[in-house]
Write a protein that binds this ligand. Structure first.
Ligand code: SF4
Length: 354
């Protein structure tokens, strides 16, 4: 790339900007509504097995994300959180369920409407290296998306330069570097700038800081907070790290084996978890604060086979409080306190004991 193509940041004026974000339904309307989303993946067994069996990766998941909110999704590996993210971004199609983005059903999107939806809903993945084209420099990678959306090359490069600077990488030093010439933290900053170049309304951050060192992780998290405030962004933040989710999220959804078992405001849910699985997850998080240490045993065993989950409550084989009703009936999500939901039969019996 000829660096002379790149306009100075001070002169940045975009003659052909991407469409500005439109807030059609007002602040009260959720930006994203997910209703009863399902995705089962067929797996073939042996040679003589005629019928495919199905992994119930996502099994009836519903939630909303308000405008400007950060919703965290937590759970063990295989709980369905990343599949949920890919379904929302329309990288894979659901078997059933509904997605509504700012009042519009996403299921009907095709052609230009789908392209516009994808522009508004950008994803940043965990693997910063695999997310970048090894043959594009940092500046070219960031400019690529706007060019696809019709922004002229010189303008796209000018925007790319400004974004690179905004995410903390000096364009003169890092702009002409290829992915293998950047550290993990620097690559993830480039990925973030690349997503922002589309001027999205929502970012899905799927384990986006999981591979970074703690100090770099903190820098990227602070950058995310700043960018959110500056640009009015909405985040869906997916992580197995409960510390990180507590730091960044406003509300949190806990998933287990393809289902939501608890959701609520992050401070309340961390202080007073209602579901035994959430309690076990939280008790497994190391704390330096002796007053926050708990005697509850961390979660035991591995999650059951998602091809053949237990009847009733899917957590019952690992739950220290399981009762006979837990095998017979799946517990429904109930609102325990305003905005705080849990799916556990104990809520009917006694409230969940500490
Ligand atoms: Fe445990 Fe039963 Fe509650 Fe499931 S429904 S979490 S098995 S007590």
């Amino acid at each position: 790339m000829n660096m002379a193509d790149i306009a100075p940041v001070a002169a940045l004026e975009l003659a052909t900007p991407l469409a500005p974000p439109q807030d059609r339904g007002g602040p009260a309307q959720p930006l994203l509504t997910v209703r009863n989303l399902r995705k089962h993946f067929a797996v073939r067994g042996g040679l003589f097995e005629r019928k495919p069996r199905f992994v119930r990766a996502v099994d009836g998941v519903s939630f909303t994300v308000a405008k400007g909110e950060t919703l965290g999704i937590v759970g063990e590996s295989g709980c369905g959180k990343s599949t949920t993210a890919k379904l929302i971004a329309r990288l894979i199609s659901p078997d059933s369920g509904e997605l509504v983005f700012d009042g519009d059903g996403v299921g009907q999107y095709g052609g230009m409407a789908l392209k516009e939806f994808r522009r508004n809903m950008q994803m940043v993945f965990q693997d910063s290296f695999a997310s970048l084209n090894p043959r594009l420099t940092a500046l070219e990678a960031i400019a690529y998306g706007p060019q696809i959306h019709g922004v002229l090359k010189a303008e796209a490069l000018a925007r790319s330069r400004a974004l690179l600077e905004r995410v903390g990488l000096a364009p003169a030093q890092f702009g002409s570097r290829y992915p293998h010439e950047l550290s993990g933290g620097q690559r993830q900053r480039v990925n973030l700038a690349r997503a922002l170049a589309f001027e999205p309304r929502m970012l899905i951050l799927d384990e986006s800081v999981a591979a970074l060192d703690k100090s770099v992780q903190a820098q990227v998290l602070n950058l995310l907070q700043e960018l959110k405030a500056e640009r009015g962004l909405t985040y869906l933040f997916i992580s197995h790290d409960l510390h990180v989710v507590h730091y960044i999220a406003d509300r949190v959804v806990v998933m287990y084996l393809g289902e939501i078992v608890e959701s609520g405001p992050v401070d309340e849910l961390y202080a007073q978890p209602r579901h035994p699985y959430t309690r076990a997850l939280l008790s497994a998080v190391p704390s330096t604060d002796p007053t926050r240490r708990t005697l509850v045993a961390p979660i035991a065993g591995d999650p059951p086979n998602p091809i053949n989950p237990p009847s009733g409550c899917r957590f019952r084989d690992r739950c220290p409080k399981a009762m006979s009703v837990c095998a017979a009936e799946p517990p429904a999500l109930r609102e325990t306190t305003p905005g705080h939901w849990a799916a556990c039969h104990l809520e009917n019996v006694e409230g969940i004991a500490a």
